[in-house]
Write a protein that binds this ligand. Structure first.
Ligand code: SF4
Ligand code: SF4
Length: 379
């Protein structure tokens, strides 16, 4: 979607009771709405039909290796931080069929991947997640290579930000300059405000499509007081950020410390479960698998997410290049916070905290990087 200058745009007010109108409008324009919903004790992203599917009244408590949902009584629809899912699973799905070959007489018939692509409206995108999508754009669209499956999904997607007002104890987006306020790169931004009996969203356009949606909704202009309340709710989120990471000189320190014994200490704790890479909104490594049916008439090639934490990932003839868990952790963290900058001009981490929460042994990127940056080993 073509984006406009968000800050100069007029802001309007949508009463929380009128939230169904937004869903109706998106459905009438052919969008499948993907948004947050409660499932299996977590807030996940899935197809949702109405505000009744949103995690209203739920918040998340997060810490190293711990995630719990908790009821809160303010009735917020978006009163949580982020869950284990990210938008990556829709833009860059965990499994994609690349091609299918069918035996036909003496030859073969090649067919395109199965499945009809849906036009998605992503509702509830956080600022850190918006930056993660921007990072995926750099990797998958702007690096001298275009990933066709990502490109088509990305170009068809509508992005509706909901500004974060409830960061978790594991969040550090303000350290990474990726939040909590989304400034650009969206179609529509919403800030949820609850003030006594008053419950509303301040809406802001970010693209021509977003402007058209606002025109259709025909909401009243937000007052200065309502806009100030929305700004205050987002500004207060900075103070609730549970973690920090000093990025000054971090890249150089990590490169200088490539032989530090601490990598092996972290490696001794790491289970190589790959959770951190699966939940990370910017990790993009994949592998390909070829499968055939039992009759030997059809062959398919699939791409699926992979992880630099597996032995197979760096296996070349004779063995794995990164044979220890410490070497694999060093590869991951150094890529995120150092070599990614050289490759793509940005850190590969947006400070969402997912890898901290979902690591079963509580390995914490902010703590590990701090130890390594504080203590430079002489080479
Ligand atoms: S490395 Fe961790 S904190 Fe950073 S973006 Fe990935 S999951 Fe989030
Ligand atoms: S760092 Fe944690 S989440 Fe990542 S592979 Fe190791 S044990 Fe699993």
């Amino acid at each position: 979607m073509s984006r406009t200058k968000a800050d100069s745009a007029q802001k309007t007010k949508l009463d929380a009771n009128d939230l169904p109108k937004l869903f109706q409008l998106l459905h009438s324009q052919g969008f499948t709405v993907i948004g947050p919903t409660v499932r299996d004790g977590a807030i996940v992203y899935d197809e949702i039909d109405s505000p009744a599917d949103l995690p209203r009244g739920w918040t998340d408590e997060q810490e190293k290796g711990r995630y719990r949902l908790k009821k809160h009584d303010n009735g917020a629809y978006f009163g949580y931080a982020v869950g284990p899912h990210s938008w990556k699973q829709y833009l860059y799905p965990p499994r994609v069929q690349l091609w299918r070959m069918h035996k036909n007489g003496g030859g073969f018939e090649l067919s395109s991947p199965d499945g009809q692509l849906k036009k998605y409206a992503f509702l509830g995108v956080r600022s850190c997640e918006l930056h993660a999508i921007d990072i995926l754009d750099r990797v998958l669209l702007q690096n001298g290579f275009e990933d066709p499956t990502y490109k088509i999904r990305r170009s068809e997607s509508l992005i509706i930000v909901v500004q974060c007002t409830a960061p978790a104890a594991t969040c550090f987006c303000s350290s990474m300059q990726t939040g909590p306020k989304a400034e650009k790169g969206f179609d529509l931004a919403m800030t949820e405000v609850i003030d006594g009996d008053s419950h509303y969203f301040v809406l802001q356009e970010g693209s021509r499509t977003g402007r058209a949606i606002l025109q259709e909704l025909a909401c009243p202009e937000a007052t200065e007081t309502e806009i100030a309340a929305a700004e205050q709710a987002v500004a207060a989120a900075v103070e609730c950020m549970g973690r920090t990471l000093n990025t000054h000189g971090l890249k150089e320190a990590l490169y200088a410390n490539r032989e530090h014994p601490y990598w092996q200490e972290v490696g001794a704790r790491c289970l190589n479960c790959t959770n951190c890479t699966q939940v990370c909104p910017t990790c993009f490594c994949t592998t390909v698998e070829d499968v055939t049916d039992l009759a030997g008439t059809t062959a398919e090639r699939w791409r699926r997410w992979d992880s630099c934490f597996t032995m197979d990932f760096s296996y070349i003839h004779g063995g794995s290049v990164r044979s220890s868990a410490g070497a694999r952790y060093r590869q991951w963290l150094t890529h995120k916070l150092a070599s990614w900058v050289d490759q793509f001009g940005t850190f590969g981490c947006v400070g969402c905290g997912r890898c901290i929460t979902w690591c079963p042994v509580g390995i914490d990127i902010t703590e590990e990087a701090r130890v390594l940056a504080a203590d430079t080993v002489k080479q």
